[in-house]
Design a protein around this ligand. Structure first.
Ligand code: GLU
Length: 291
């Protein structure tokens, strides 16, 4: 039995040090979980070694610690959970809900990058595995901040990859299996993942798993509402001095700076933040951003 009705999580990919954009998402999910009296878990999404930077996972965990965002329970590493992903894929294959596919990039490009059926018989190249998406397939959900979101997954995405031809597991499958295994009730993350959510819901349904609530935070933008350039969003965090970035993230989460003590310890700031957090103030979009 889960020990609380609210279980949130933060799930960074170890592709570099924790940057300001990730801290903002981590702080948002932590605040919502803590204010709900719930749990907050951390999962390292280390399933894509070619994109990972050695030591980044430990550096990210050290930063979260330095910022006072302490997870409940053990940190979960996706690289240790391949057997669970294999079980899920096997269950889908057995029911014909997933299939092996050796379509090349060029063949996919011919279909606008959307896979609907294989253009040739299976051959001896190592296959990717895809979820079969039948037409029509509109998946909708009510986002905690963005309102009702719907996507025609057949037309917009097509049969999507669960395991890559290079043998690595796809994010969509791993995230769905892990959110369910960890009993996550509330997924709070950046709006860059909004268009992945219908795929994840489809996969939850195919695997008979519950669908958590979703809340997608608007991406950080500059004063003109432009999405921050990679270099700005990726500005490194100072683990030795967490308060400036926590205060900046608090403001970016639409919160009233007067609710935070002007001086004092990091933990006093975090305690005031939990007490003063007003979810209704979360911005749906960035002020000058294109609605
Ligand atoms: N690991 C993903 C990322 O860093 C986030 C996954 C999620 O929150 O669902 O972009």
């Amino acid at each position: 039995m889960p020990s609380s009705l609210y279980r949130g999580r933060f799930a960074p990919s170890p592709t570099g040090p924790l940057h300001y954009g990730s801290l903002y998402a981590a702080f948002g999910s932590w605040l919502l979980a803590r204010q709900a009296g719930g749990e907050w878990h951390v999962r390292v999404e280390d399933i894509d070694p070619p994109r990972e930077v050695p030591g980044a996972a430990q550096a990210q965990l050290r930063s979260l610690h330095a910022y006072g965002l302490h997870p409940d329970g053990e940190v979960v590493f996706q690289s240790l959970r391949y057997a669970r992903y294999a079980e899920a894929l096997a269950a889908l294959l057995e029911r014909g809900a997933a299939f092996p596919c050796t379509c090349s990039r060029a063949e996919l490009a011919a279909g606008g990058g959307v896979h609907h059926r294989c253009l040739h018989a299976p051959d001896d190249r190592p296959p990717a595995y895809r979820l079969r998406v039948a037409a029509p397939c509109t998946v909708g959900f009510d986002d905690g901040l963005q309102g009702h979101i719907a996507q025609e997954v057949y037309a917009e995405v097509g049969d999507f990859v669960l395991k890559r031809a290079d043998g690595y597991w796809a994010y969509q499958l791993a995230v769905v299996v892990d959110d369910a295994d960890q009993g996550i009730t509330d997924v709070v993350r950046g709006a860059d993942l909004l268009d992945s959510t219908p795929r994840q819901i489809l996969l939850q349904r195919a695997l008979g798993l519950p669908t958590p609530r979703y809340l997608h935070l608007p991406l950080i933008t500059d004063a003109q509402g432009r999405k921050l350039s990679k270099s700005e969003a990726a500005r490194p965090l100072d683990d030795a001095d967490p308060q400036p970035a926590l205060r900046a993230a608090w403001a970016d989460l639409g919160q009233d700076p007067r609710r935070l003590p002007a001086a004092g310890t990091r933990d006093a700031l975090l305690a005031a933040a939990v007490g003063g957090f007003a979810p209704a103030r979360l911005p749906r979009h960035r002020p000058a951003g294109g609605d």
